[in-house]
Write a new protein. Structure first.
Length: 240
């Protein structure tokens, strides 16, 4: 991802769940070295996703305990590691994220206020329904944010660069970002979420970043795909 020149060096990540930013953490850390700030929208609190305790996945967990560990401990620490400037929790139901006009309008309002230069969103062919619905919801909100529509929800804004990030399912990569220098920090973020990730998560991250690094001729890389129905624009204040 080339070094970009703009007056609003903000990245907006839109994730279904509080730990999904692990997928692209290396790229955030890399771009922050270029002066970018990072803002995140988390669509669901993931209040019913279960937990790992003492190496075993626990079937029944009180919702209050889940929220306390996921947000007050794990996400709070990840926020420091990723230096997340702002967090917006939309509190849509876990395993119940759905495309709706109300959700699009709420997300559009955030986009218009943050006015990002780059947005990172789920891929529409990822492996679970929340991620798929989050992708459709996010891309539509980014599109309508640029329209002269509902200006009571903020001045319209077109995000110049939007990318699908790679989750569990492989994507058709258009951009490979070298995160070799940031890889150890990415692993730190992963390990914060001990209630969710075990050894298999390390297998996924190690394998995926190594595979994506091979054609990039580096040790570790993260992959991104450009949405076919959202052309990339030049970056600069003339498009703000």
């Amino acid at each position: 991802m080339e070094q970009l020149n703009t007056n609003n060096k903000t990245i907006l990540g839109i994730t279904a769940h509080p730990d999904d930013h692990v997928c692209y953490a290396g790229t955030i850390l890399k771009l922050q070295k270029q002066g970018y700030s990072y803002v995140e929208v988390v669509l669901s609190d993931a209040e019913e996703s279960g937990m790992i305790k003492d190496g075993e996945r626990v079937v029944a967990v009180e919702k209050s305990e889940q929220l306390n560990i996921r947000w007050n401990h794990e996400f709070a620490l990840a926020r420091k590691l990723l230096d997340i400037k702002e967090v917006h929790r939309m509190k849509l139901p876990n395993l119940g994220i759905e495309y709706s006009k109300e959700s699009v309008m709420s997300l559009m309002e955030i986009v218009r206020r943050v006015r990002p230069e780059i947005a990172l969103i789920h891929h529409p062919e990822d492996y679970m329904s929340d991620h798929i619905q989050a992708s459709y919801l996010s891309l539509e909100a980014l599109k309508v944010s640029s329209y002269s529509f509902r200006l009571d929800l903020g001045k319209n804004h077109r995000t110049p660069r939007v990318y699908y990030f790679e989750g569990v399912s492989p994507i058709d990569a258009d951009v490979l970002v070298d995160i070799t220098e940031e890889f150890s920090q990415k692993i730190e973020v992963l390990e914060v979420y001990g209630s969710q990730f075990g050894d298999r998560a390390h297998q996924l991250i190690d394998g995926t970043t190594a595979y994506r690094g091979y054609p990039r001729r580096v040790k570790h890389a993260e992959a991104f795909e450009i949405p076919k129905n959202y052309p990339q624009w030049e970056i600069g204040e003339m498009y703000d």
